[in-house]
Design a binder for this molecule. Sequence first.
Ligand SMILES: C[S@@+](CC[C@H](N)C(=O)[O-])C[C@H]1O[C@@H](n2cnc3c(N)ncnc32)[C@H](O)[C@@H]1O
Length: 312
Amino acid sequence: MTTQEKFETQTFEAQTYEEWLKFAAESLQSNARDNPYLDAKTDVYLLLSTVTQRRQAYIMAFPETLLTQEEMRRLSQLLSRRAKGEPMAYILGERDFWSLNLAVAPTTLIPRPDTEILVEKAVELVKNKINSLHFNRQSFSILDLGTGTGAIALALSAELTDWAEKFGVILRIWGADFLPDAVELARSNARRNHIHNVEFVQSDWFDNIHESFDMIVTNPPYIDAQDEHLTQGDVRFEPLTALVAAENGFGDLRHIIEQAPNYLKPQGYLLLEHGWQQGEKVRSFFAQNLWQGVETLKDYGDNERITLGRLK
Ligand SMILES: C[S@@+](CC[C@H](N)C(=O)[O-])C[C@H]1O[C@@H](n2cnc3c(N)ncnc32)[C@H](O)[C@@H]1O
């Protein structure tokens, strides 16, 4: 009997938290050969905590608590999805990013910790700029292209809005995605996190953008359609629209770098996330007569990951 059938034909004999945790961890572990990305123990605690609405501390303190039939049924469904390798973020419907808790959906990418490096650098640049002697304007504008869940735009708002206000500067942030469902998800994430100064628009890159910004940030699709990683781990469940780009993965990066000067104010910044082997080529897309200070930053694994430049 396959693991899938085992879950589906399981009769729900009364089980305690402890019994279910043991059963579930063993079931996932027996799947780990096909699916080395599972972290069985952490995952089963999270699933149990989600379904019972109990904190892990409560589960550990009262392991003899009996599960209800409805809880057992829900747990069986979620465990079955996890056993097939579906990312925990899609199963739970949420993921933490920066200081935020974001709803996630299969329409777009699950936000990654590496993208926080882009946020960190953007925060540093905005603070330096507003702090500088030459900054005498009353607003600072940022565009997040390919916003997905809204992760980057919302993190920048959460980090910078109050800080900018202390300097009398109003932060204006836009997020754009070409998928209506992603735009809706990003808007709901703004409400979920009580963020009111980010506007989300539907736009195929710059097609629906009609002004210029102090900073453009983006984590566009950058994977080659033939890349074998697309058939492994979490990305198998994420949409190709968020992952794959033409020109061996460089098409969207090149397009954005070439078009950005038309949508940036003088001295405006462009920051892009890209693949760990793409740094050199991405730097070459920045025309020398237009850009200055082009550099690439490394991620936590010491790989080239974020390239930025400032318009002359
Ligand atoms: C790698 S995901 C990044 C999502 C989010 N910014 C993050 O960092 O988690 C790329 C996003 O770009 C969007 N996208 C792809 N092609 C696009 C296009 N032509 N115009 C606008 N957005 C696009 C996808 O829908 C997806 O949400």
